[in-house]
Design a protein. Structure first.
Lengths: 980, 112
C-alpha cells in the first residue's frame, strides 16, 4: 500500500467505525471498546509506518479532485508536525479507549459514546492532515460539533448541557472567524492549498489585509485553545465523562488551537502585531490560569485551569516568533499531552473509587491506592516542572527563551517575571493536588471504601507516566528524532541548533526554575491555611465569572436584540411582506435598467387594428378583474377568463400553436377549479361603510396602485425594448436544425419537451404530481366545516320548491337542471377521449402532445362529473388518479433509466419508423413512451385536484345525503340516457 | 404590434401586482393568475414576434430564420402547467385557511 492511500484510509477508518459503533447493541461495551481500540491502534501503527516518509522534512500528499476549477480539492497532507499530532491523537486515543472501557458504567449507552468518540478522532485526524485550508476549517468545525456531542454526553445533567452549549458557541464563533480568515488568506495567496500558502509568508505579511486575517485566525485559535479572554468555556466542559476530558483537554481539541498557530507560524509570525497579541494573550492566560487553578476545589476543575495555563505557555512561546521558542512550544505540546492525560485519568479513577472529586472531602488516599497515588504524583511533578521529568525540559526551554534580551525594556521584565510567576503557581497547584488528595488524615464521609482500580484501567496511566520519565531522563534518544521531524516541518531548513539534554549548566533558566520551585513550595505553605478553609474560586477574581458574562451576552444577543429587531423590522402580515418584495424587485430592476436601456424608438410598423382591438379587450378585462375581485368574485373570474383567451389568441397570432392549445385547456380547468372553490368562500356584500374608506386604507390603496403601475410600466418597457431589438446568437437554431435529425419529430417544441430537455419535463411532472398529492392531503385534513357556509340561496329555493310539491323529492330540481347540456356532455365523453388520443399521437410532429392530451382527458372526466354529479359518475366509473400519477411518473422514469441501462446517458431517446399494414409509415420514438408518462401523470394530477375539491360538497352534510338519496331512476324507453 | 403587446403585458402585470397586494385571498389568487399571464407573455416575447412561422418543420434541413424561436415556447409551456399547479395549490391553501380561521383575509384574521 502506498503512503498516500494509507493516509486516506487512516482518515476514513474512524468515520466508518463511528457509523458501525452507533448501530451496535447498547450493552456491547467490550465490542465497542475493541472496535474503537483497534481503529486507534491501526491509526497509530500507520503513523509509525509512515514516519520514515516524513522524517527530514518529507511530505506525504494525497489529492482527490472535487471541484478543481474552484481550487477545492480534498487534499491530505502529512508532514513531521502533523505526524506528531497524528501520533498524539491515535496514541492517546487508544489509551483513552482502554480507560473508558472500565470507566463507563454499564448503565451508560456506550454506542453513542464510542460513535462520537470515533467521529471526533476522525475529525481531529482530518484537521491535522488537511492540505487545503478550507478543508481544514471544515474539519475544525467537525471537531467543535463532535466535542459538543461528547461534552454533552450525559445530557440528562443540566451542567453537561450548559457546558456543551457554551463550548460549541465559543469555539463555533471562533470557527466562523477562522473561515473568514482562511478566505482572506486564500484571496491574498491566490490558492487554498496549504503547501502554496506555506511558501507565501512574505506576501501574506506585507499584504494590506494581513491584520484582519491575523485577527480572525487568532479568534479561531484562541477560542479553541481556551486562551484569555475566551478561557471560560473549558472548566465548564469538565461536565463531560472523564475519558472525554482526558482526550479533549490534553491531547486533542484544545491543542487544535495551538496546532493552528504553529501551522501558520511560518507565514504569519514575526510581525509586531503577532508578537504583542499572541505573546500577551498567552502570558495573561498562563498566569491567570495557574492562579485560578490553585483555588479550585474540584480536581478536574484544577486540571482544567492548569490546562488553560499550559496552553497559555505554549501560546506565549509561539508569540515570541523565534525558531527556538517554537521548538519549545512543539515539545511542550507533546509533553503536556502525556502528563495531563494521565492526571485526568487519575482524577477519574479517584472519582470512580471514592464517589467524589472534591479536594476538600478527599485526603490520605495514599494508604488506599498507593500505586495510583505514585503515578499521579509523578505526573503532577511533571506538570510542576520538576527535573528529570518531561515537563521540566520544555519549561527550561521556555525560561531560556523568556530570558533572551529584547530591545523593549517592558518585554525584558514582563516576560521572565510572568514566566516565573506562572511556574510558581503551577508548583502550588500541583502540590495542592498531591498533598490535598493523597496525604493527610483518612477521609471521612465517603460513600465507599476506596481501593485500587482494575489493573487494566490503570495501565494507560502507567504507560503515560513511563513516557514522562524516559523523555525526562533520556530525551535525546527517545523523543529526539520525532521532535526533529516535527520542528523541521515548521521552521524549515534553517532550523536552529537546540539541545535536548537535561543539564545545561548554571544559567538564567536554571535560576528561574529554582526560584519557581522554591517559591512555589513556600507559597503553598503560606496559603495552606487559606486553602484548608475550602473556599471555591480565587480571591479577588472570584466575582469575575466568565460564565455569567457569557450568559448575559447570550441573553442580550439571542433574546433581547433579536426580539427588538423582530418588533422593529418584522411583520406577520402578508401584505407588507409582499409589498416590500415587489418594491425590492421593482427597485432592483429600475437600477439595472435606467441609463443602460439605450434608445427606444416607438414604431408602429405592422400595426393591425384587429390585434389592437383584441388587446383592448384584454386590457379592459384585466383592469376590470382587478376592480371587481373583492365583491364580485364570479365576475372577476369571468373577466380573468377573458384575459386568458386574449393571451391564448396572442399565442396563435405569433406562431405558438402548442402554447395556445395548452393555454386554452388549462384555462378551462382553472376556471372549473376556482368555481368549485368559490362555494367555500364567505359571502362578501358591498357595504356602504366600505365605500367611505378610512384614510389609512385609502392611502394604502393609492400606494399599491403606484407600485403596481411602476411594476407594469417596467415590464412593458423591458419587453418592448427586447422585442424591438435584433435577436442575438442563441441556442434556438440548434433545436430547429436538429429536431428532426436527432429527435425524430417535426414539432420542435414537443421534441424539446420530451427529448432535448426531457429532464426538465421529468422534474416538472414530478412537481405536478406532488402538488396534486398535497392538494388531496390538505383538503382531507383542513377542509372548511360544511356548516361554516350556508347552502347557496339557489339551492335553498329549489329545495323549498321540491318540498312543497307532493310528487317531488328535495334535490330533484337540481338534478334536472341543464338537462339537455348534460346529455350532450355525456355523449361527448368518447369524442373527448378520441380527441385526447389524437392530440397525444400527433404531438411529436404536429401541435399537441402529452400535456395537452392529458388535460383534454381530464376535462372529459370533469364534464361527466358536471353532467351527472359526483355520485353518479363514481358509481359507474372508477377513476384512480393516484394510480395514473404513479404509473405516469414511473413510466417516464423507466424510459429515462432504460437508456442508461443500454449505455447511453440518462433520458437519451431512440426513434424509428415502422411500416404498418393499412396505416402506413408510423414514427415510433421512445420519446412517445415518455410522453405517455407525462399524459398519464397530467390526467391523474388534474383529476385528483378537481375531484378532491368536488368531494367537498358531497362529504359535507349527513343530513343532505338523506335529503337527496341515491336513487337509480327506472329506465324507460323515453329516456335512453341514464339520468338522475 | 410589439407596442400593443408590450402595453398589454404591462397592464396585465400591473393589475396582477395590485391584486396580490390586496387583503382578500380571492383577490390574491386572481392577481397571481393575471401576473402569470403577464410573465408568460413576457418570456414568450423574449423570442421576438414571428407571424406565420410556427416551429413545426419538415423532414428536410431548414432555415432557422423562417421559424419562431422554440426555446421561449418550450419554457412557457412548462410555465403554464406549473402555473396551473400553483393556482390549484393556492386555492386549496386558501380553502384550508378559510376552514381553520373562518375568514378569507390573507393573514387569517381581520385587521383591526
Amino acid at each position: 500500500m502506498t503512503p498516500p492511500v494509507l493516509l486516506t484510509l487512516v482518515l476514513l477508518l474512524p468515520f466508518v467505525a463511528s457509523l458501525l459503533a452507533a448501530v451496535l447493541p447498547s450493552n456491547a461495551r467490550n465490542a465497542e471498546a475493541w472496535l474503537a481500540g483497534s481503529i486507534a491502534v491501526t491509526g497509530f501503527a500507520a503513523m509509525m509506518w509512515l514516519f520514515p516518509h516524513i522524517a527530514n522534512g518529507g511530505i506525504v500528499r494525497q489529492e482527490i479532485a472535487w471541484i478543481p476549477a474552484l481550487g477545492l480539492n480534498l487534499v491530505l497532507r502529512l508532514d513531521g508536525f502533523s505526524w506528531l499530532f497524528g501520533v498524539l491523537v491515535t496514541g492517546v486515543g487508544f489509551l483513552v479507549v482502554l480507560y473508558a472501557r472500565y470507566y463507563m458504567s454499564p448503565k451508560d449507552p456506550v454506542p453513542r459514546f464510542f460513535a462520537f468518540f470515533l467521529a471526533f478522532m476522525g475529525s481531529m485526524l482530518g484537521l491535522v492532515m488537511s492540505g487545503n485550508i478550507i478543508q481544514l476549517v471544515v474539519f475544525w468545525e467537525l471537531t467543535s460539533i463532535t466535542s459538543f456531542l461528547l461534552i454533552g454526553y450525559w445530557f440528562h445533567l443540566a451542567q453537561a448541557r450548559d457546558g456543551a452549549r457554551m463550548a460549541l458557541t465559543v469555539t463555533g464563533l471562533g470557527g466562523l472567524g477562522l473561515l473568514v480568515g482562511m478566505l482572506i488568506i486564500g484571496h491574498i495567496v491566490g490558492s487554498y492549498d496549504l503547501d502554496v500558502v506555506l511558501t507565501s509568508g512574505d506576501t501574506i505579511r506585507e499584504h494590506a489585509l494581513y491584520l484582519p486575517a491575523l485577527l480572525l485566525i487568532l479568534l479561531g485559535a484562541l477560542t479553541k485553545s481556551a486562551q484569555f479572554p475566551f478561557h471560560f468555556w473549558l472548566p465548564h466542559a469538565m461536565a463531560a465523562p472523564t475519558p472525554v476530558s482526558a482526550y479533549l483537554h490534553s491531547a486533542t481539541m484544545v491543542k487544535a488551537g495551538v496546532f493552528l498557530l504553529v501551522r501558520f507560524w511560518p507565514v504569519m509570525a514575526g510581525t509586531d502585531e503577532w508578537f504583542w497579541i499572541v505573546t500577551f494573550a498567552g502570558l495573561a492566560t498562563l498566569i491567570f490560569g495557574a492562579y485560578a487553578a490553585i483555588f479550585q476545589t474540584d480536581m478536574k476543575g484544577l486540571l482544567a485551569y492548569s490546562t488553560i495555563s499550559h496552553l497559555g505557555l505554549i501560546t506565549t512561546l509561539l508569540g515570541m516568533s523565534s525558531p527556538l521558542a517554537t521548538v519549545a512550544a512543539i515539545f511542550h505540546i507533546a509533553n503536556h499531552a502525556t502528563f495531563k492525560a494521565s492526571l485526568f485519568m487519575a482524577a477519574g479513577i479517584i472519582d470512580h473509587e471514592t464517589g467524589t472529586r472534591d479536594i476538600r472531602k478527599l485526603s490520605g488516599l495514599f494508604r488506599f491506592m498507593p500505586f495510583t497515588a505514585t503515578l499521579a504524583m509523578v505526573a503532577s511533578a511533571a506538570m510542576a516542572g520538576v527535573p528529570l521529568l518531561n515537563g521540566f525540559l520544555s519549561k527550561e526551554m521556555f525560561f531560556a527563551e523568556t530570558a533572551e534580551r529584547d530591545a523593549n525594556p517592558f518585554v525584558n521584565i514582563a516576560l521572565p517575571l510572568g514566566a516565573t510567576l506562572g511556574s510558581m503557581f503551577a508548583v502550588v497547584y500541583s502540590l495542592r493536588f498531591v498533598h490535598g488528595v493523597f496525604f493527610g488524615p483518612r477521609p471521612h464521609g465517603l460513600s465507599k471504601v476506596p481501593h485500587e482500580p482494575p489493573a487494566l484501567m490503570r495501565r494507560p496511566i502507567e504507560i503515560l507516566v513511563l513516557l514522562c520519565l524516559i523523555v525526562g531522563i533520556i530525551p535525546g534518544i527517545t523523543v529526539g528524532p520525532y521532535l526533529a521531524a516535527a520542528v523541521v516541518a515548521v521552521t524549515g531548513p534553517d532550523t536552529p541548533y537546540y539541545s535536548l539534554s537535561v543539564w545545561h549548566g548554571f544559567n538564567y533558566a536554571l535560576a528561574m526554575s529554582i526560584t519557581a520551585l522554591v517559591g512555589g513550595v513556600l507559597l503553598y505553605w503560606a496559603l495552606h491555611g487559606y486553602l484548608a478553609k475550602g473556599i471555591e474560586g480565587p480571591p479577588i477574581l472570584r466575582r469575575l465569572k466568565g460564565q455569567r458574562i457569557f450568559e448575559r451576552i447570550m441573553l442580550i444577543v439571542t433574546s433581547k436584540w433579536a426580539r427588538r429587531l423582530e418588533s422593529r423590522l418584522g411583520t406577520r402580515g402578508l401584505q407588507p411582506q409582499l409589498f416590500l418584495l415587489f418594491l425590492f424587485a421593482v427597485g432592483t430592476a429600475a437600477t439595472v435598467m435606467i441609463g443602460r436601456l439605450g434608445p427606444i424608438e416607438l414604431s408602429f410598423a405592422g400595426f393591425d387594428p384587429a390585434f389592437a382591438l383584441l388587446w383592448s379587450v384584454g386590457i379592459v378585462c384585466a383592469v376590470a378583474a382587478a376592480h371587481q375581485a373583492k365583491f364580485h368574485r364570479l365576475v372577476a373570474l369571468v373577466l380573468l377568463g377573458g384575459t386568458g383567451i386574449v393571451s391564448c389568441i396572442t399565442f396563435v397570432w405569433f406562431s405558438a400553436p402548442d402554447l395556445a392549445i395548452t393555454q386554452l385547456l388549462v384555462e378551462i380547468v382553472t376556471t372549473v377549479l376556482i368555481l368549485l372553490g368559490l362555494r367555500w368562500l364567505p359571502k362578501r356584500v358591498e357595504d356602504l361603510r366600505d365605500q367611505v374608506l378610512v384614510r389609512r386604507a385609502r392611502f394604502r390603496r393609492y400606494r399599491d396602485v403606484a407600485l403596481a403601475s411602476a411594476a407594469g410600466l417596467g415590464m412593458g418597457i423591458a419587453s418592448y425594448a427586447v422585442m424591438t431589438r435584433g435577436i442575438p446568437e442563441g441556442i434556438s437554431e440548434f433545436f430547429l436544425e436538429n429536431a428532426y435529425a436527432l429527435g425524430g419529430g417535426t414539432n420542435v417544441v414537443n421534441v424539446m419537451l420530451v427529448d432535448f430537455r426531457a429532464f426538465d419535463t421529468l422534474g416538472e411532472i414530478t412537481v405536478l404530481g406532488i402538488v396534486a398529492l398535497t392538494v388531496f392531503a390538505v383538503l382531507r385534513r383542513f377542509r372548511p366545516a360544511s356548516e361554516s357556509i350556508p347552502k347557496p340561496e339557489q339551492q335553498r329555493i329549489q329545495n323549498a320548491f321540491d318540498t312543497r310539491a307532493p310528487e317531488r323529492h328535495p334535490g330533484d330540481t337540481v338534478n334536472e337542471y341543464l338537462l339537455i347540456p348534460a346529455v350532450i356532455m355525456q355523449w361527448m365523453f368518447p369524442v373527448i377521449i378520441v380527441l385526447a388520443m389524437y392530440l397525444f399521437l400527433r404531438g411529436h410532429d404536429q401541435p399537441g402532445g402529452g400535456f395537452a392530451a392529458g388535460i383534454v382527458m381530464s376535462i372529459g372526466f370533469i364534464l361527466q362529473y358536471m353532467a351527472g354529479g359526483t355520485r353518479w359518475v363514481e358509481d359507474r366509473l372508477r377513476i384512480l388518479p393516484l394510480r395514473w400519477i404513479g404509473s405516469g411518473l414511473l413510466l417516464a422514469l423507466v424510459v429515462g433509466v432504460a437508456s442508461q441501462l443500454l449505455g447511453y446517458p440518462f433520458m437519451t431517446t431512440a426513434f424509428q419508423y415502422a411500416e404498418l399494414p393499412y396505416i402506413g409509415r408510423v414514427p415510433l420514438a421512445s420519446a412517445l413512451l415518455f410522453d405517455l408518462g407525462v399524459f398519464s401523470l397530467v390526467v391523474g394530477a388534474t383529476v385528483l385536484i378537481l375531484i378532491a375539491l368536488a368531494h367537498q360538497s358531497v362529504r359535507s352534510p349527513k343530513a343532505g345525503r338523506r335529503q337527496a338519496p341515491i336513487k337509480e331512476p327506472e329506465v324507460s324507453p323515453d329516456a335512453p340516457v341514464e339520468l338522475r | 404590434m410589439e407596442l400593443i403587446l408590450a402595453i398589454g403585458i404591462g397592464v396585465l402585470g400591473g393589475s396582477g401586482v395590485y391584486l396580490m397586494l390586496r387583503p382578500r385571498t380571492f383577490q390574491v389568487i386572481i392577481g397571481l393568475s393575471l401576473l402569470s399571464y403577464a410573465v408568460n407573455l413576457f418570456i414568450f416575447s423574449m423570442g421576438r414576434l414571428t407571424v406565420d412561422g410556427a416551429p413545426v418543420i419538415g423532414h428536410d434541413p431548414v432555415d432557422p430564420g423562417l421559424y419562431a424561436d422554440p426555446v421561449p415556447q418550450a419554457l412557457v409551456l412548462t410555465a403554464i402547467v406549473i402555473g396551473f399547479a400553483m393556482t390549484a395549490l393556492f386555492l386549496v391553501v386558501l380553502l384550508a385557511a378559510r376552514g381553520l380561521t373562518g375568514t378569507d383575509h390573507v393573514d387569517g384574521r381581520e385587521q383591526p
